[in-house]
Write a protein that binds this ligand. Structure first.
Ligand SMILES: *Cc1c(COP(=O)(O)O)cnc(C)c1O
Length: 291
């Protein structure tokens, strides 16, 4: 990957599909866009990297858990751009290194372990401390520039405007905000949160949106499987079955729950008859490394 490929994504033409009852659900494969800066991370990071370089920062830093797709993506993108990178990690240095963190380290990322308690408080202290040459990106790329990058998922793929529904997984909600921002009035945007009891997620999404786009989305909280990175054999069996029948790789943190939810919603007649449904395959197979 070079400079150009982070700014242009004319490469999204890759659609898969799967059928449930009378519906064919199309899947926009942004997971295939780049082997390391997978899926939505590629979109969410693009304007931060640009801003970092415009502001003449020589280092970029962010936050994440020990299986974070975002941390690996940032480490690799920073290396490509010749930037120093720092990852502040929600685990302890005494814990065994995860493959995800080893990979980030192999791209030159300097890892700092903040531990598993008071992560948010520690993060906010670091995020708001004065600094000069280091550019900070919030956890998961949350922020206006991340939202704008995610808007390009639809803007760069004009065929997306033929769909009635666009469905995506929700972590920080940055990607969903971008989809809402770029959607046309005839389109319904549906988010499947992968966290449990994420009470403020609606406000966090609205915070990123312009006034006329506020609340133009629906969150369905029924498919988190008891919380972030929690899984059941039913979920893993479903993922295996989708891989065998549709040749579609999923992860149990995001896209497995997303597709499970979409299938269930189709079966329950959630969507209006004959609706065209587009599901965003947002990438990210890091979570599967913990299996
Ligand atoms: C990070 C990630 C998400 C969550 O995106 P948000 O913008 O934080 O909501 C969804 N899917 C995959 C595959 C991811 O890696």
């Amino acid at each position: 990957m070079n400079y150009k490929t982070l700014e242009k994504s004319s490469l999204i033409q890759n659609i898969s599909s799967f059928s449930v009852n009378d519906y064919t659900v199309d899947i926009l494969r942004i997971d295939t866009i780049h082997p390391i800066i997978s899926g939505n991370k590629w979109f969410k990071l693009r304007y931060y990297l640009k801003d970092c370089i415009t502001k003449e920062c020589n280092a970029i830093a962010s936050f994440g858990g020990p299986y974070s797709n975002h941390i690996v993506a940032l480490a690799f993108a920073a290396k490509e751009k010749g930037l120093i990178s720092y990852g502040f990690i929600r685990s302890n240095s005494t814990e065994p290194m995860t493959p995800t963190l080893m990979e980030a380290k192999s791209y030159g990322m300097d890892l700092q372990f903040l531990g598993r308690t008071h992560f948010k408080e520690k993060k906010n202290t670091i995020l708001h401390a004065p600094r000069n040459k280091t550019y900070f990106v919030d956890e998961g790329g949350y922020g206006i520039l991340g939202m704008q990058g995610a808007s390009d998922i639809l803007l760069d793929y004009p065929d997306s405007y033929q769909y009635d529904y666009i469905v995506a997984a929700v972590g920080t909600g940055t990607m969903l905000a971008g989809l809402v921002n770029a959607a046309k009035p005839h389109q319904q945007i549906i988010g499947i949160p992968v966290l449990k009891n994420e009470g403020s997620i609606t406000e966090e999404i609205n915070f990123l949106l312009p006034d006329d786009k506020q609340n133009q989305f629906t969150l369905i909280h029924d498919y988190h499987f008891d919380g972030y990175a929690k899984k059941t054999t039913a979920l893993l069996d479903f993922m295996k079955q989708i891989f065998v029948t549709e040749n579609l790789p999923l992860d149990f943190v995001y896209t497995g729950k997303l597709l499970y939810g979409v299938k269930d919603l189709v079966i329950k007649n959630y969507f209006k008859p004959n609706a065209k449904i587009l599901v965003i395959h947002s990438g990210g197979l890091q979570g599967n490394r913990s299996l």
